[in-house]
Design a protein around this ligand. Structure first.
Ligand code: NAD
Ligand code: LMR
Length: 329
């Protein structure tokens, strides 16, 4: 029997990530090859025409799983009945803009979107925030949706996770499929901490296999943490296909579960684990079981890791305090 269609809302649908994302969702890669999808595209009025063009192309693919495409510029319509919401559209930092200005501008987007999700989304809504600053935008949306369980709001650090897997695999000359249990801690920003101390490569502890703290400190961590900036420098635009791929991975694993014997990384609401203040949306090692993210517990955190986790969490606290002052949470 055909499964009930799942309604997926994508904001910023006319942007570069949107273009890389929508065709993969419609082809079944987000939710699985047996799940029909109804797409709702949310844009600002200036983005609607381009979104209509993308919708024409989606039609032209004749995807068997794609049941409908609706385009909106009002969040109350865009999130109506949504089961999954990918919040991609955000205000980019422009010349002369301070971090505080960026937080305020994005507050103007994510607060009303959170309110609309609270009012009109489906009861099982799952939200992934991709638009930067992703963790704090997720915090703002979550605060505006008091009737939605807090654990339904997540921020994307899967791209950082995937980047770290490849860098480690290259260093140890291993296939990426042999890298397990890597963790991104903290913020999706240059302070994030990619942790290899519990990771395994070909079944061996990765830190022991690397056995080179200078490489971790001077090459691996900065390469992963500054990869976004390196791509902007090289491409003249921020990562798009890899960001869309990570969003697919995140939601796919959230809905379908993570494989046994491995974990992944996601920005989720802290329950106080590993000294991260409760309520912050921070990246953790996570597994997905029965449709819910769970933090992997009991990992020993060494001094090297503690300092770096604390630094990234301190940045999240600063961002939280800034949006609190602005009345956004
Ligand atoms: P883009 O500028 O190409 O597209 C953004 C789109 O969002 C535009 O079409 C714009 O009209 C739309 N938009 C703006 N405000 C909106 C609103 N209120 N409602 C609906 N749509 C709105 O940008 P992009 O390259 O697609 O990137 C989108 C965001 O993702 C950026 O904030 C970028 O920094 C972030 N990003 C995050 C990660 C991550 O790993 N978390 C990775 C890459 C990019
Ligand atoms: C990335 O990690 O590629 C992006 O978050 C970079 C950016 O600032 O858009």
């Amino acid at each position: 029997m055909a499964r009930t269609p799942v309604t997926v809302t994508v904001t910023g649908a006319a942007g570069q990530i949107g273009y890389a994302l929508l065709f993969r969702i419609a082809s079944g890669q987000l939710l699985g090859a047996d799940t029909p999808v109804k797409l709702r595209l949310l844009e600002i009025p200036q983005g609607v025409k381009a979104a209509e063009g993308t919708a024409m192309e989606l039609d032209d693919c004749a995807f068997p799983l794609l049941r409908s495409i609706d385009i909106h510029d009002d969040p109350r319509h865009g999130f109506d009945g949504a089961n999954v919401a990918l919040l991609v559209g955000a205000r980019p930092r422009t010349k002369g803009m301070e971090r505080g200005d960026l937080l305020e501008a994005n507050g103007g987007i994510f607060k009303p979107q959170g309110q609309a999700i609270n009012e009109v989304a489906a009861d099982d809504i799952r939200v992934l925030v991709v638009g930067n600053p992703a963790n704090t935008n997720a915090l703002i949306a979550r605060a505006a949706a008091p009737d939605v369980p807090a654990d339904r709001f997540t921020a994307m650090t899967r791209l950082d996770h995937n980047r770290a897997i490849t860098q480690l695999a290259k260093k140890l000359d291993a296939p990426v499929s042999e890298v397990k249990k890597l963790t991104i801690w903290g913020n999706h920003s240059a302070t994030q901490y990619p942790d290899v101390f519990h990771a395994e490569v070909r079944g061996e502890n990765a830190a022991a296999a690397v056995n080179d703290e200078a490489w971790l400190n001077d090459t691996f961590i900065p390469t992963v943490a500054k990869r976004g900036a390196a791509i902007i420098e090289a491409r003249g635009a921020s990562s798009a296909a890899s960001a869309a791929n990570a969003a697919i991975d995140h939601v796919h694993d959230w809905v379908n579960g993570t494989p046994e014997g491995d974990w992944t990384s996601a920005g989720i609401v802290s329950d106080g684990s590993y000294g991260v203040p409760e309520g912050l949306i921070s990246s953790f090692p996570v597994v997905s079981r029965n449709g819910r993210w769970e933090i992997v517990q009991g990992l020993e955190i060494n001094e090297f890791s503690r300092t770096r986790i604390d630094a990234s969490v301190a940045e999240l606290i600063e961002e939280r305090d800034a949006v609190q002052k602005l009345g956004l949470i």
